[in-house]
Design a protein around this ligand. Structure first.
Ligand SMILES: C[S@@+](CC[C@H](N)C(=O)[O-])C[C@H]1O[C@@H](n2cnc3c(N)ncnc32)[C@H](O)[C@@H]1O
Length: 284
């Protein structure tokens, strides 16, 4: 007999395997967020920047975290170990994250993994850096509260970094078009996805000062156009945030033509434009 936690585990497993395919085809610019952090740390020249504790919310397989930890090595106070705390509810992602860290040759890092959602995470600890890297989409309605709580969890000169797609990312157009195609009653998420413009409004409403930069990222969707490609099917599910396994041939063709309309060709590949933005919000 299946319990709801079995169902949840299966959802996590399905998400993790489709995210792996998404990652494989995603041309990211992870360095951009690190460059912003570096600029921020260097602008604090009068005071020496030290980073000894980080909170990563929704690290997934840990690709960005690996780069961040490498980058932060220069800011760890002499003789101390970096404390790296993660909040990741997906058990598959936690396993992959551990493997990523083990194979990354990061030196001494004190890893602490919490198998919960950020909404259920409580700590009295304070951090030098908290980041949500492409994870805020999964906490709809909680963004304002999470920003305020994160700022409370920062040490005096700490910084909150939020990276997410901008409103120009064509995935939002596809999700909205899908809602129109199948009817909003069946599928009502199109409007609820957070992107950089909506997040900026929340941050402005709170009255915070921050830096924002956007930069291009792309997704190779060529596999969607290959017949019987399992990778293509997974990408289609991701693009429309739907399970299209049982969708009719006609619906799949219609959706494929929507992808084709927003795709462009580069070196014989079909690409989607998914620009990303990073907000850097210092403790205030
Ligand atoms: C799109 S992935 C991003 C992973 C990684 N940060 C990256 O940039 O590749 C989103 C991650 O957020 C996690 N997540 C989803 N809901 C969450 C929540 N409520 N609290 C914390 N993490 C969550 C997911 O399990 C997943 O690992």
């Amino acid at each position: 007999m299946s319990t709801s936690s079995d169902a949840q585990q299966q959802m996590y497993e399905a998400y993790a395997s489709s995210y792996a395919i998404f990652l494989k085809n995603w041309q990211t610019q992870r360095q951009a967020a690190l460059d912003m952090l570096e600029k921020h740390f260097k602008s604090n020249l009068s005071k020496q920047t030290e980073v000894s504790s980080v909170l990563s919310v929704g690290p997934g397989p840990g690709e960005f975290d690996k780069q961040l930890i490498h980058f932060l090595q220069q800011y760890i106070p002499k003789g101390q170990t970096l404390k790296y705390v993660t909040v990741e509810p997906n058990h598959v992602h936690r396993q992959i994250f551990e493997a990523t860290m083990q194979s990354a040759g990061l030196g001494e890092v004190d890893l602490e993994m919490h198998p919960v959602t950020i909404e259920d995470f409580h700590t009295l600890e304070q951090f030098d850096c908290i980041h949500y890297t492409h994870s805020l989409y999964h906490m709809p309605g909680f963004e304002r509260q999470l920003i305020l709580e994160s700022l409370n969890m920062l040490k005096d000169r700490g910084v909150l970094v939020i990276t997410l797609d901008t409103e120009e990312a064509v995935i939002f157009k596809l999700i909205a078009q899908y809602a129109e195609v199948v009817g909003n009653q069946e599928y009502w998420q199109g409007d609820s996805y957070i992107e950089a413009k909506k997040l900026r409004k929340i941050i402005d409403d709170i009255g915070l000062s921050y830096k924002f930069e956007s930069y291009p990222e792309y997704l190779d969707v060529s596999a969607c156009f290959e017949q019987n490609s399992s990778e293509g099917r997974v990408l289609m599910d991701f693009l429309f945030q739907a399970n299209l396994r049982n969708a009719s041939w006609e619906l799949n063709q219609r959706l494929l033509s929507l992808v084709d309309e927003v795709a462009f060709e580069q070196n014989g590949r079909k690409m989607l434009y998914l620009p990303t933005g990073t907000f850097l919000i210092p403790k205030q």
